[in-house]
Design a protein around this ligand. Structure first.
Ligand SMILES: Nc1ncnc2c1ncn2[C@@H]1O[C@H](COP(=O)(O)OP(=O)(O)OP(=O)(O)O)[C@@H](O)[C@H]1O
Ligand SMILES: [Mg+2]
Length: 256
């Protein structure tokens, strides 16, 4: 495993292993190279911001990580295990949960039923009885402050509330890594604030995050590290300050 960072503990140097690692990942849709040999890795405790212009491959990278699109080439490792050939179900069980750019909820179900929908509770569904599952679902709805909508039809929720609901639902998997695709896009600033606070709480409980966002001030304030895609290629990888000043990134965004 790559020596990604070192920390001094009691005078001894301890290497933090990569918890997540993508190597030479490529995906083409016909002649369109959506991901072109992308490589990066992250250690435990990081919050990785994933930015880049429209169509640069951010969602494709999350789709590949969650098993929705197979890679044409390359590898993805989570906690040392190769997952690039695994199905979404297996990856979810392994501890990676995600939210979608346009919230994917079941509009005809209540918020609580959405939390309990099959496929989203795979991790513990065999060992947990229904009462425990419901208790956990209510806890996460409360955690996101949407418990008052538990018995409302999801179709009646605002865009921001749907985003909170899919965030809460992702927690049902008890993930150790969460992939959030545009969690701040087009939602009320108060709800953005709430999501930011909850991400902070969850990081304190040991959950790592990869967050895709076009909201540069927000993601630069949140991320410990930022990677940048442009036309399917990784063009920068560094601290928010390093990436902000990178001429290649400025050019990719401004086209100058
Ligand atoms: N299922 C698909 N079939 C064909 N082409 C696709 C598919 N998904 C993505 N693409 C193409 O792959 C490229 C990368 O798309 P992707 O959705 O990953 O970009 P993105 O960085 O998430 O953009 P945005 O910021 O607009 O969400 C685009 O050219 C897109 O049209
Ligand atoms: Mg996208």
């Amino acid at each position: 495993m790559k020596e990604a960072s070192t920390a001094i503990k009691g005078g001894t140097s301890v290497t933090a292993p990569d918890v997540f690692k993508v190597a030479n990942a490529s995906i083409a849709f016909g002649g369109n190279q959506a991901l072109n040999s992308v490589s990066f890795s992250m250690t435990k405790g990081q919050l990785l911001g994933l930015i880049g212009p429209n169509g640069s491959g951010k969602t494709t990278l999350l789709n590949a990580t969650s098993g929705i699109y197979p890679l044409n080439q390359g590898t993805i490792h989570f906690e040392g295990a190769s997952i690039e050939k695994s199905t979404p179900h297996v990856i979810a069980r392994a501890g990676i949960a995600r939210t979608f750019q346009i919230a994917r909820i079941f509009p005809q179900m209540t918020a609580l039923e959405n939390m309990l929908a099959p496929g989203f509770t795979v991790r513990d569904s065999q060992s947990e009885d229904r009462i425990t599952l419901i208790r956990r679902a209510r806890e996460y709805l409360e955690f996101l402050d949407i418990d008052g909508f538990a018995h409302e039809q999801a179709a009646d929720l605002s865009g921001g509330q749907r985003m909170l609901l899919q965030f809460a639902r992702a927690l049902m998997l008890k993930p150790r890594l969460m992939l959030l695709d545009e969690p701040f896009g087009g939602i009320h600033p108060l709800l953005v604030e709430r999501i930011l606070n909850r991400i902070g709480d969850l990081r304190g409980r040991g959950i790592d995050f990869i967050v895709v966002s076009h909201d540069l001030p927000t993601i630069m304030g949140l991320a410990t590290r930022v990677i940048v895609l442009a036309n399917g290629q990784l063009i920068a990888d560094g601290t928010p300050d390093e990436v902000r000043e990178d001429p290649g990134v400025i050019e990719a965004y401004l086209g100058v």
